[in-house]
Design a protein around this ligand. Structure first.
Ligand code: SF4
Length: 342
């Protein structure tokens, strides 16, 4: 797919103290992108847009190169022990993205330039559990592969984890530009997962991300490069013909993985579609013609860890969905390891 090119790139002066910040500054200065140095307080103010829709669209074309100040990592259950970030947000426009609610009215993209500090934090958390293997999720706050052609920071991170005996990295992506990661010294310490879904979901709701075929091609390359592999099937939705489409998804996946052996488990994480009242309001303003099913009548309320009620499928529907998808996975992928359904 076409790689992202920002229309404006803002630099936090703090980021210019780090080699990644300097490298990105040299890359963008003199290009068509508007380049400015701005403090974190002023970044959002310099993004144009009056309506919610315009502010969203312009923010998604804006890159802010800054630093990650906090050295505290959040717990990231059920996917890993902790989460950390190299970037926040991504160039995609997934209508259901949970960042719709967590990143305010101007969800611009951020790159954290202080990799040295971030790696120091990871070492600290790893060392606090001597003798144990600690897992770290890098894609909770955004999709680092969507910006990897600009930053190279995911490759550096994979290489860093490759040298750590007691830490494992977990990546998940909806992008396909994996070529720069194929020869990195990963040592089997990075589990590379692709977010996959029925064609209906990808085509209608995951704008500006790689197509299903592109993701499967990338997954095949990553498998050939010896990375531990996984797939996040999310968000699973019920729509007309959903069973046929999910069945097609897993027969396609079986073909894509046919060239790799069955020795290593391929992990699967299953996440049903959910939304909050706040997310629904943002989505309807940003995507007024959305086909996303957000009818509260067809859902049930569940208390979420971010302190908000979310609407999920009723228990019986969720069970049918879980049973059906698990059966498809086990029929098609002999070495599948299903980690959770939520
Ligand atoms: S790719 Fe991921 S982070 Fe980016 S918009 Fe889609 S769901 Fe959100």
């Amino acid at each position: 797919m076409k790689l992202f090119a920002p229309e404006r790139v803002f630099f936090d002066p703090e980021a210019l103290k780090y080699s990644l910040g300097q490298r990105l500054y040299k890359k963008f200065i003199g290009t068509d992108a508007d380049v400015l140095q701005l403090s974190p307080q002023n970044a959002a103010r310099n993004i144009p847009g009056i309506t919610e829709n315009e502010k969203y669209a312009q923010s998604k074309k804006t890159l802010y190169i800054t630093v990650k100040k906090s050295t505290r990592l959040d717990v990231c259950k059920p996917s890993a022990d902790y989460e950390f970030s190299l970037v926040s947000n991504c160039p995609g426009n997934c209508e259901y993205c949970y960042l719709q609610t967590t990143q305010g009215s101007k969800p611009y993209l951020k790159v954290f330039a202080n990799l040295e500090d971030i790696f120091g934090t990871i070492r600290h958390y790893m060392d606090s559990k001597p003798g144990e293997v600690t897992t770290f999720e890098v894609a909770s706050l955004g999709d680092p592969l969507g910006l990897e052609h600009l930053t190279g920071s995911l490759a550096e991170t994979v290489n860093f984890f490759g040298g750590l005996e007691n830490a494992r990295l977990r990546v998940v992506t909806k992008y396909d530009n994996v070529d720069t990661l194929l020869n990195v010294r990963h040592n089997g310490h990075t589990r590379f997962r692709f977010s996959i879904n029925a064609r209906y979901v990808i085509q209608n709701f995951e704008h500006n991300t790689a197509s299903l075929d592109e993701r499967l091609t990338a997954a095949s390359k990553i498998a050939s490069a010896g990375y531990p592999m996984g797939f996040v099937v999310a968000p699973i939705m019920i729509f007309e013909g959903w069973k046929e489409q999910y069945a097609d998804l897993f027969t396609g996946l079986k073909k894509c993985l046919s060239h790799i052996g069955n020795s290593e488990p391929v992990t699967f994480e299953l996440i049903q579609h959910r939304f909050t009242a706040v997310a629904k309001s943002h989505i309807l303003q940003r995507f007024p013609n959305t086909k996303l099913d957000m009818d509260e009548e067809g859902r049930t309320l569940k208390w979420g860890r971010f302190g908000r009620y979310k609407y999920v499928y009723p228990r019986e529907t969720a069970k049918e969905m879980n049973d059906f998808i698990q059966k498809l996975i086990l029929e098609n992928i002999p070495n599948a390891q299903i980690e959770y359904f939520t």
